[in-house]
Design a binder for this molecule. Sequence first.
Ligand SMILES: Cc1ncc(COP(=O)(O)O)c(C=O)c1O
Length: 439
Amino acid sequence: MSLRNDLSAFWLPFTPNRDFKRQPRILTRAEGMYFYDGAGRALLDTCSGLWCVNAGHGRAPIVEAIRKAAGELDFAPTFQFAHPSAFALAERVAALAPAGMEHVFFVNSGSEAADTALKIARAYALKCGQGGRFRLIGRERGYHGTMFGGISVGGIANNRKPYGPLVPGTDDHLPLPYDKAAMAFTKGQPGGGASYADALEGLVALHGAETIAAVIVEPFAGSAGVFAPPRDYLGRLRALCDRHGIVLIFDEVITGFGRVGHAFAAERYGVTPDIITFAKGVNNGSVPLGGVIVANKIHDAFMTGPEHAIELFHGNTYSGHPLACAAGLATLDLYRDEGLFERALQTERVLEAAVHALKGAPFVADIRNCGMAAGIDIEPDPKAPGRRGYEAIRRAFHDQDMVIRVGGDTIALAPALIATEDEIARMVDGVRAVLTRLT
Ligand SMILES: Cc1ncc(COP(=O)(O)O)c(C=O)c1O
């Protein structure tokens, strides 16, 4: 049954709409670590908006840059034309990426970035005369946005099941490198983990490497509930992709721009992929923007043929939108000037200690952390999985003045990189109070 009132027209994404519209949670303003509702009540933001507002809300230099850009150049096409801030931002993003990754293609979201990376990987195989490489291998519980490519390589069942048949060549998924019996309540990265990457050898044996274009993983699984990569995992995946000529894609939509104390997880873990996707933190979540950074060898493979000819038939009206790029430039200045990535590297220890103190609180089944992110699994109600998670959102908002992010029955905390020790303590105290009242 749908509820008709003045909230009925807007169909909210990833939301139980009917329940929400009976008791809505409306945010009208934001500043620093806080959202505010219409009555002026401050609500602590525990997940950087949606993992994107890494420098905190309402930062003046970003707001000013957007204002200025809107007055100067509201729009310019980047098909056959361009504008200065798209070049400037691409250069700044490439400068933050691992060596040898110097080219940036802009889109508008993380979902588009994932699909762009997958398309480039297939087209690259073709450019290399290996058109038989069509398979795209993702990971169980992986999240790469909501477009057909992303949900196909993604491994979150509810995001896939209603939409089949999915993209051909995407049926195989590597396992999530997690074993609850061995890893529950691990602080930071579990040890080992190479065997999870070795599952790729099984797929190579099954299908032949000559049919596999790319493997895509999140360096740490974010939306599935914050699963840190075991220490030997990403390096082994890199070695296997090298051995078999497979493009390795890191989806850094969450892990990019400071979430793990570096510009990219590739740098933190010392593993360089062939393609990095990004979005969210690139401009502090202020204007939709995403993109992919590609290794020079991939970019250069496209720069062949007649010079009047388009090299990649792909792009969006808003690829490299002037407002988004201006916001990106101001954001990267802010991250640099305030040393926010370095700060995150220090603060992650505070978050780790605080969140693991929740062990033993009601319903807590596991606690994981990675960089400035933590996942707290709540034991699901056997009769209604997801009910306790949703209840936690409501209780946090109404009783604890907090906006929390929940996926299924897992609470994810991902504070902005400006968070203080006190604010992290308040988040954890609030979660504890919520857990205590769950039924
Ligand atoms: C790893 C990853 N990839 C892609 C996406 C999709 O990004 P967007 O919601 O901007 O389309 C997300 C969103 O959370 C993400 O976490």
